[in-house]
Design a protein around this ligand. Structure first.
Ligand code: FMN
Length: 411
């Protein structure tokens, strides 16, 4: 590595004394340009000033600081008049702007004291304004303020916070506004997920194309020991029509994820069956289910009340699911009968179906099913004719995904 192109002097103070020798307007521009390549969310920091008037300023420097105690921070330019009013109030509310709140962002970035005209808000617990339409808010008391160059680092202790809407957040990048396009997401890396995550990375394009073409959500599910993990998702939905989240874990247990088991070694099948609690389990019915899935090449889980209840209860559990939560989920799976889970007959174009998910296996180069692709969010009910269309597109995508894995040498 050579010399850094621009070196900052760490001394604080006024004017030229802050700058390293040779630091000029070119270096200032470079600083802004390079730092602008780091994308940020956008918040409006609000407070009620000593005269009882609301104050607010746009900030891109909001960050979480500590979980215990719960601390967050933002950085404020000391000359800002809004900041001075926020500072003296002793508390502030962070308002996380949604993608359609660009006008709100501009209003609160302009200098002046009249920023609240036409803006709907209500007081948070501290009295600071909680703006209408935000994605989330965090109400804080000022804990400490640290001087850093021409800015103050303002640390707040969280009093109360909440997610206010399911909207996507506003983003700021290279001087422009944008929004988070989650064409696809992958689960946070954990040691046991490295292989499945590598596989998801290789089939992302197929998942995104399929989700866009069918306008449904496509999940990639992997079996990791005795658990199923949602390792990838593509396609977004305006409303939450089901409860499965990225990173979610569930018990790997009959009749769930039959397409990950139908082609597996006998030991995997036996373990899948053995995990079902209770002695009076109709294991033969689950075995018939596997034969059916293997013959068809796909699996159709009907939206029984029992399956939906299981998904809802799993969604309320922690992402890292504890042993006792797993036990509860295993017990809930017992209520799902093999026969009501998957129809034995082929799809009838003249019928209507209530479908929880439609799934197909993605094979690695060793011939084992390494991921299950599942379509979620199908119309409820869906016509048999449409279901055939969904199934055929899913099978074609799963085939392409298997080829991509084989080519990459993914087992
Ligand atoms: C996207 C964006 C992010 C900003 N982030 C900050 C910030 O983190 N800290 C800050 O002091 N000013 C930030 N500003 C500028 C302030 O919003 C602006 O200087 C202030 O609201 C001026 O109003 P005032 O004179 O009432 O203080 C940002 C502006 C924009 C557009």
């Amino acid at each position: 590595m050579g010399e850094p192109a621009a070196r900052l002097d760490s001394r604080t103070g006024d004017g030229a004394a802050r700058r390293a020798p040779g630091w000029g307007s070119d270096a200032d521009r470079r600083l802004r340009t390079v730092l602008g390549h780091f994308p940020t969310g956008v918040v409006v920091v609000t407070a009620v000033d000593a005269d009882g008037q609301p104050a607010g300023m746009t900030a891109g420097t909001f960050t979480s600081v500590s979980l215990d105690p719960p601390l967050v921070a933002f950085l404020a330019a000391r000359p800002s008049s809004s900041y001075r009013r926020i500072r003296t109030s002793g508390s502030f509310c962070i308002n996380v702007l949604s993608a359609d709140q660009e006008p709100v962002c501009r209003t609160f970035a302009a200098p002046g004291n009249e920023k609240f005209t036409g803006i709907g808000w209500q007081p948070a617990g501290s009295g600071s304004p909680l703006l209408d339409g935000v994605v989330a808010w965090i109400d804080c008391d000022i804990e400490t303020i640290h001087e850093a160059g021409d800015h103050d680092i303002v640390i707040g202790r969280v009093r109360e916070l909440d997610v206010a809407s399911g909207e996507l957040p506003l983003l700021f990048f290279r001087g422009g506004y944008g929004q988070f396009a989650h064409a696809s997401l992958t689960a946070p890396a954990q040691p046991d997920l490295l292989e499945p995550l590598r596989a998801v990375d290789r089939i992302r394009a197929e998942m995104e194309q399929l989700a866009a073409e069918l306008e449904v959500e496509c999940l990639a599910v992997a079996a990791v020991d005795d658990q199923l993990v949602v390792v990838g998702s593509a396609g977004t939905q305006d409303e939450i029509v089901h409860h499965i989240r990225i990173g979610q874990r569930m018990p790997f247990i009959a009749p769930l994820a039959a397409s990950l088991v139908a082609w597996a070694a006998r030991s995997t099948v036996d373990a899948w069956l053995a995990r079902v609690p209770g002695s009076d389990v109709d294991r033969a019915a689950f075995e018939r289910l596997l034969v059916l899935v293997r013959e068809r090449g796909w699996s159709l889980a009907l939206a029984s009340a029992e399956l939906l209840a299981l998904e809802a209860s799993v969604a309320n559990q922690s992402i890292g699911i504890t042993e006792s939560e797993l036990d509860d989920a295993r017990t809930a799976v017992m209520d799902i009968g093999a026969d009501t889970h998957e129809p034995a007959d082929d799809i009838d174009a003249a019928l209507e179906y209530r479908v929880a998910n439609l799934s197909a296996p993605v094979f690695g180069s060793s011939g084992a099913a390494v991921l299950q692709l599942s379509l979620y969010g199908l119309p409820m009910p869906v016509s048999g004719a449409d279901l055939v269309r969904y199934r055929d597109a899913l099978l074609a995508a799963a085939r392409r995904a298997s080829q991509a894995l084989a080519k990459a040498g993914n087992h």
